[in-house]
Design a protein around this ligand. Structure first.
Ligand code: GLN
Length: 523
């Protein structure tokens, strides 16, 4: 039988349209592939075989009836588990939401279903998307399909790994500081973070609302274009969504590179950059030059403050967004009986000891319920972010931290404005090194945060940015190229990415089916 899993979304949808296969056949093949590969990779938190097959049957029925079908009719897609799907669990990989079933669909989910895509399951992430390795998930580690002892990147680690391992051709992720681009780069696939406001955030569980953006992960720029076209567009349910026409991304891919001005930032190639990553990125720049692009050095004087500003702003917004998880309205609630029994016991002891003052000060049952629910529902990294954010926003520190970070954010945006008055796109590395080993940075949050140094700038400035494969390390690990463009210039990014992919085959390489062969795995 045809190996559907080897095909791109574009190839699959062409085959389906020509009637060379049915949506049910494709969905079955996809589910088989997930069953075979995901036992090791563990990209999915939930797989929905029955639902997937019934969606596929519906697509086939409509095709037989001659109804007009959407652009992704019959194409399987995975959705990151911080996007709400009606009636199904949206856990954000957190104990807090382990049993939360969303009463509505996120706008992007709605759009996928209308486009005929087959949603097959939901993918693992860092808890509430806070992290860069998917190791902060409360439920499981996801493994990098290129080397199962390594992280897939994060926070959309499951979303990247399931495409890299060819379990699905497309997946949807979210990017607050690099969470689409970084795992895409580390897993050797393509990923795009759109302009802030290009895609509706309605139904995306909020992490840092001024930075969050949803976008596509796929095997190629062409497939990213196909998926972005479905995801993008104005939505009255998200006040920050832009009311601007959506270009036909997938038909705008061809375009000469000749004369394209590509900016590169010297600081990106100095301290902290792995030699092999630097070499692969420089080689990609040389290819662009051969294709007729002009390389222009641009300055980005405030880029070195981007991580510091991001790690004030993102946790500040997170601390506010996550205040809603109190164990009362929804989400994980501590064992109330045990909590009340402890409270009674404490009161009794204090009464016995005659310590009236302490008895007065003892927390109420409600405060205890909040505290114990939050203590039990959130993992360590989420708690760290809440504490950092609460501190940065507190009276007396607000000006010194939060306000200062906002000023730095403005300066970073101005750097981009200046750069984009000289060049069309900016190119550089996505990550300082290829994928690191599972557990390598878990005890060192600062090292983990510094891994974001190239990606957070685009979020702080609200700009579109993309990661595409540009080579491999000697150990066989994928390396990504970062492309950034001015606001709403996704077409420019996709064209540049597509041009490189027409002239290289990095994006066509895939991890061998070595995956199932490894047995001595941890966790
Ligand atoms: N790694 C970054 C963080 O931990 C970005 C995460 C994201 O984009 N969701 O915050």
């Amino acid at each position: 039988m045809e190996s559907f899993w080897e095909l791109t979304a574009r190839e699959l949808s062409d085959k389906l349209r020509r009637g060379e296969c049915s949506a049910v056949e494709v969905a079955r093949a996809c589910l088989d592939r997930i069953a075979a590969e995901d036992a090791t990779v563990r990209a999915f938190l939930s797989v929905e075989p029955d639902w997937a097959l019934s969606q596929a049957e519906e697509v086939d029925r409509r095709r037989r009836a001659g109804e007009s079908l959407g652009p992704l009719a019959g194409v399987p897609v995975a959705v990151k588990d911080n996007l709400c799907v009606q009636g199904r669990v949206t856990s954000c990989a957190s104990r807090m939401l382990a049993h939360f079933r969303s009463p509505y669909d996120a706008t992007v989910v709605d759009r996928l279903l209308k486009a005929g895509a087959i949603i097959v399951g939901k993918t693992n992430l860092d808890e509430f998307a806070m992290g860069g390795s998917t190791e902060t998930s409360a439920f499981q580690f996801t493994r990098n399909p290129w080397d199962v002892e390594r992280i897939p990147g994060g926070s959309s680690g499951g979303a990247a790994a399931c495409v890299a391992a060819r379990m699905v051709p497309l997946s949807v992720g979210s990017d607050t500081g690099g969470s689409i681009r970084q795992p895409a780069a580390l897993c050797g696939i393509s990923g795009l973070k759109p302009t802030y406001g290009r895609v509706s955030r309605f139904g995306l569980v909020a992490f840092a609302s001024s930075l969050d953006q949803i976008g596509p992960l796929a095997q190629s720029a062409e497939d990213c274009a196909l998926l972005l076209e479905v995801l993008a567009g104005h939505d009255p349910r998200d006040a920050t969504s832009l009311d601007r026409p959506v270009p036909r991304y997938a038909s705008e891919l061809e375009g000469a590179i000749k004369g394209l001005r590509i900016g590169w930032v010297p600081e990106h190639f100095t301290e902290g950059l792995d030699g092999e990553v630097g070499e692969a990125v420089r080689e990609a720049l040389r290819i662009y030059e051969d294709l007729g692009a002009e390389l222009v050095e641009v300055a980005s004087p405030h880029a070195r403050y981007a991580v510091a500003a991001y790690y004030i702003i993102a946790p500040s917004e997170a601390s506010s967004n996550l205040a809603r998880y109190d164990g009362v309205h929804y989400g994980y609630r501590t064992d109330e009986k045990a909590m009340l029994a402890d409270l009674e016991e404490e009161r009794r002891l204090l009464r016995e000891s005659g310590d009236e003052a302490a008895l007065e000060e003892i927390d109420s049952a409600l405060v205890r319920l909040y505290r114990r629910s939050r203590a039990g529902g959130f993992g360590a990294e989420v708690k760290r972010r809440i504490m950092l954010g609460t501190y940065a926003l507190s009276a007396g520190y607000y000006d010194a931290y939060y306000l200062k970070a906002l000023k730095v954010r403005r300066l970073i945006r101005q750097d981009y404005d200046r750069a984009f008055s000289q060049v069309d796109v900016i190119a550089g590395p996505v990550t300082p090194s290829p994928a690191f080993r599972l557990g390598e940075k878990t005890s060192d949050p600062l090292a983990m945060y510094l891994f974001d140094l190239y990606t957070v700038g685009a979020n702080l400035a609200g700009l579109p940015a993309m990661a595409i494969p540009c080579g491999f390390s000697r150990e066989g690990l994928p390396i990504g190229l970062h492309l950034q463009a001015p606001a709403l210039e996704e077409v420019r990014l996709l064209r540049a990415a597509h041009a490189l992919q027409r002239n290289t085959d990095w994006h066509r390489r895939r991890p061998g089916s070595h995956i199932a062969a490894r047995s001595e795995l941890r966790g």
